[in-house]
Write a protein that binds this ligand. Structure first.
Ligand code: NAD
Length: 501
């Protein structure tokens, strides 16, 4: 193996080791196109080893008092902060997003650890004295056992941290399978957790693709699965996991709508749409990939929006000066995005900002697509239906709020939707009628933070309990109800009564 490649070790039972003699898949630096690592595609036998290590660690970790478990998280948080810049660099290098965006990725992840530090309070149950005469009732929450997480490429630091901090602080043990396209930051974070004092086997990391995932989904000792990725895979994960008796929370893809009302503040709404559509090169499940321009907003906002889009500088993010936007994840993905733009134009969309054919000085092999607007997109077009997951903003035109809400509500997905307006009435109407789980009012990306559920609806989520917030704690625990009655010594004691006979 090339010596310059970064190692991609697994972690089973606290032992980090490189897996040899299996197929691998490349990890790229999208800014340069260089291969920076090779991810091993682990087999079912490797998954079994990881799950067995997690199962062996479970009894001891479950019995560790919740406040002691939380103390490991306080140290973990401190270590993540101390190593912040290194994590940001790693994130940018393997993903391609800008340093500013990577800082957001790592910060959002740290917030999940912050949330986990306070979970002991959320684990508290309820009691009622004298539920019936002399009978008290209480609830407690207990961990499930071995849980597993499967994550996508687009938030290498944050998404794994949506899952295992909550699972582990609740007393479970965990097997993480990060995206094979971006395993390096997840490994760094896992090593910091170990350094914080996490006992061996509580967090295990395995690498791979479909076969590895299938082995996790069907392993009898895995009790719960958290998944984040595209909708077809999310659906498959939900169906297969539940069929094998597991709890599953499965986040899928999305197409999110941003309504621009004629009374919206031009500067703020333009900034909001640009950030929502082109932030992280559009590779976000909360990307505002469709702007619905309502009535006269066509005249007030569109010219500014097109101008601002044309000014977005795309380029390599692994060096200074930083561009406004980085590359997309792989060459194949870049080609797919370009193909979808082509199809949009063929199907009748106008292209007032055209990001095809960008040439970047000093980075000829990076996976770049420039910021693109497809205007006058119609609902039947391919780009209106498929999640592009690239720096492409669809613009649709509607005569009024009713028509715009109706259009957005026809989407198969349901992650987020936003409105830019000065009218409280329009905002309230939108909030009430829009059919999705996260709503923004004068906010372009209404992605909820650690303390609230990440709340997809429709084809953007399969399951009952979302990640983050209280729902995350409920997902990773099971409730027990105890009713108790105590007698005076001897009273009702069958052996005592029998003995007196
Ligand atoms: P993906 O579905 O290709 O992969 C996600 C994970 O599933 C990876 O770990 C991958 O190894 C595994 N996987 C891929 N194909 C599989 C298969 N056939 N069987 C079993 N496992 C498989 O997604 P991606 O390209 O890594 O990430 C982008 C997608 O994730 C987008 O659709 C985006 O909207 C979505 N996403 C959703 C959210 C959310 O919270 N809703 C958040 C981030 C990303």
């Amino acid at each position: 193996m090339n010596k310059t490649l970064n190692p991609v070790p697994v972690c089973f039972g606290g032992e980090w080791r490189e897996i040899k003699d299996v197929a691998t898949t490349p990890v790229h630096n999208p800014s340069t196109g260089d291969v920076i690592a090779e991810t091993p595609l682990c087999t079912a036998a490797h998954v079994n080893e990881a799950v067995e290590a997690a199962a062996a660690a479970f009894p001891g970790w479950m019995e560790t008092p919740a406040v002691e478990r939380a103390r490991v998280f306080f140290k973990f948080k401190a270590l993540l902060e101390e190593n912040f810049d290194d994590l940001v660099r790693s994130n940018t290098r393997e993903h391609g997003k800008t340093v500013v965006e990577s800082r957001g990725d790592v910060k959002r992840g740290i917030e999940m650890v912050e949330f986990a530090c306070g979970v002991p309070s959320l684990l508290m149950g309820e009691t009622l004295e004298n539920l019936a005469r002399g009978i008290d009732c209480e609830t407690i929450r207990q961990p499930l056992g071995v849980c597993a997480g499967i994550t996508p490429f687009n938030f290498p630091c944050m998404v794994p941290l949506w899952m295992y901090p909550v699972a582990i602080v609740c007393g479970n043990t965990f097997v993480l399978k990060p995206s094979e396209k971006v395993p390096l930051t997840a490994i760094k974070v896992g090593k910091l957790f170990e350094q914080a004092g996490l006992p061996k086997g509580v967090l295990n990391i395995v690498h791979g693709g479909r076969d590895c995932v299938h082995a996790l989904l069907t392993h009898p000792k895995v009790r719960a699965i958290s998944f984040v990725g595209s909708t077809p895979v999310a659906k498959y994960i939900y169906e297969t996991g539940t069929k094998h008796g597991k709890r599953v929370q499965s986040n899928g893809g999305a197409k999110n709508f941003t309504l621009l009302m004629p009374d919206a503040d031009v500067e703020n709404s333009t900034r909001g749409v640009i950030e929502a559509a082109f932030g992280c090169a559009g590779e976000r499940c909360m990307a505002g990939s469709t702007a619905v321009v309502v009535g006269a907003a066509e005249k007030t906002i569109m010219p500014t929006l097109v101008e601002a889009t044309r000014r977005i500088k795309v380029g390599p993010t692994d060096r200074d000066p930083q561009p406004d936007m980085g590359a997309v994840i792989t060459r194949q993905h870049r080609d797919r995005v370009l193909q979808l733009i082509e199809t949009g134009v063929k199907e009748g969309a106008k292209i007032p900002a055209d990001g095809r054919g960008v040439k970047i000085n000093g980075a000829p092999n990076g996976f770049f697509v420039g910021a693109t607007i497809l205007d006058h997109v119609q609902p039947g077009m391919t780009v209106a239906k498929e999640e592009v997951f690239g720096p492409v903003l669809n613009v649709m035109h509607m005569e009024d709020l009713d028509a715009a809400i109706e259009l957005a509500n026809k989407s198969a997905y349901g992650n987020g939707a936003s409105i830019f307006t000065r009218s409280g009435k329009a905002a309230r109407e939108f909030k009430h009628r829009i059919k999705c789980g996260m709503v923004g009012i004068n906010i372009g990306v209404p992605a909820s933070m650690a303390w609230f559920p990440f709340n997809g609806w429709n084809e953007s989520f399969f399951g009952d309990l979302h990640m983050q917030g209280r729902e995350g704690v409920q997902f990773f625990t099971q409730q027990k109800v105890t009713m108790s009655r105590w007698f005076s010594f001897g009273e009702g004691d069958v052996w005592h009564t029998e003995a007196k006979k």
